[in-house]
Design a protein around this ligand. Structure first.
Ligand code: 5GP
Ligand code: MN
Length: 336
């Protein structure tokens, strides 16, 4: 993979560009993609942002979401943009399987693929240019670095600034994780001097939920959470019937896994959700328990050291059983 900096001399020649991210994009995925979109628009490129799936309503305030193509509902239009693209920017994921039904299309596309991502162990041989840096807090921070490094920081407008802040704020857990380095705080200070209204972003993201989400969380914490104190582990299992009963929408389960992680002594928190077509797992850890390795080994997934996820096609009870076996196999690490 060639350095992302090799793109800089090419930025000023207008190209056909696709920007894409992982399925069910979160605020970092959507925020970094739209920030890059607004920045590249300043050079006159022809731009298409494609999300592999739909996204949570609470992201719709981000400037540009109305232009994002949902691959599942706008497949033909999205495929046309992919076929014609000179460049495809891949943001906030590093294995093509994270783009779900787009994977094959992306693999076959003649465009140069450019990676900007902070997850561990990128897929080999797919990306021509790019940067993969797991020490970075967020893809939004990396897009900010990309913009700064390009020498065209003057092209950052109000939309870019709000989208970048949304990504870095959410991926650092509102600046509580270790990844919130001095560089991150300097970036935020810079965004503030450029006019960032950070309170508005927090309100847009965190004060716009519907009642059903809280009823669902209450139900799940009361009835679906199991604590295994001997393994310092918590597990929430959500059957599909709960999603239907509480009318759970995309984004409503985001953050659920963080509740049990706040229980004293818990080092591994997990949520397994039966989404119908697949079982989605989320893992969070404290300290030196590596959930990226855990998700890769047992759940067909990956992510970061302290935050990872995975997908399985097997029935819910089999996935839960696999989790319990995996937990027991990791007794020593979970108690160290
Ligand atoms: P979440 O639990 O919020 O879905 O995901 C936590 C982190 O792990 C995110 O950074 C996400 O991108 C990553 N992740 C989630 N699911 C998968 C997966 O199936 N494969 C890989 N490689 N990463 C995942
Ligand atoms: Mn991210």
């Amino acid at each position: 993979m060639q350095s992302i900096q090799d793109i800089y001399p090419l930025l000023e020649q207008p190209r056909k560009v696709v920007i894409t991210t992982h399925q069910k994009p979160d605020a970092d995925a959507m925020g970094s993609s739209l920030a890059l979109y607004h920045f590249l628009a300043g050079f006159g490129h022809t731009l298409t942002v494609i999300s592999p799936t739909n996204w949570a309503d609470f992201l719709d305030w981000m400037p540009g979401t109305d232009l994002v193509l949902d691959y599942e509902s706008k497949t033909a239009k999205a495929n046309e943009a992919i076929d014609q693209a000179d460049w495809i920017f891949c943001l906030d994921f590093n294995v093509l399987v994270r783009t779900k039904r787009m994977e094959e299309k992306l693999l076959a596309a003649p465009a140069l693929k450019i990676l900007i991502d902070h997850h561990r162990e990128p897929q080999e041989g797919v990306f021509t240019y790019g940067i993969s840096d797991p020490s970075k807090s967020s893809t939004a921070e990396m897009v900010y670095d990309f913009i700064q490094g390009s020498g065209h920081a003057d092209k950052m407008n109000e939309a870019t600034i709000a989208c970048l802040y949304a990504g870095v704020m959410t991926d650092t857990g509102s600046f509580r994780f270790n990844s919130a380095s001095s560089g991150v705080h300097q970036m935020v200070a810079h965004l503030k001097t450029l006019g960032l209204d950070h309170s508005r972003v927090h309100e847009a993201l965190y004060d716009n939920f519907l009642e059903n989400r809280f009823r669902f969380i209450g139900h799940v914490l009361l009835n679906r959470m199991e604590i295994f104190y001997e393994y310092n582990t918590a597990l929430i299992v959500v059957p599909q019937a709960d999603l239907i009963k509480f009318d759970v929408r995309t984004g409503d389960t985001e953050g659920l896994v963080n509740y049990p992680l706040s229980i004293k002594g818990i080092r591994l928190a997990s949520v397994i959700i039966d989404r119908g077509d697949e079982r989605k797992s989320s893992f969070r850890s404290k300290g030196d328990f590596d959930v990226n390795a855990f998700a890769r080994k047992y759940f067909n997934g990956g992510g970061h050291f302290n935050a990872a996820g995975g997908f399985n096609k097997e029935p819910l009870d089999i996935v839960v059983q696999r989790f319990k076996t995996a937990m027991k196999e990791n007794t020593a690490l979970l108690n160290s």
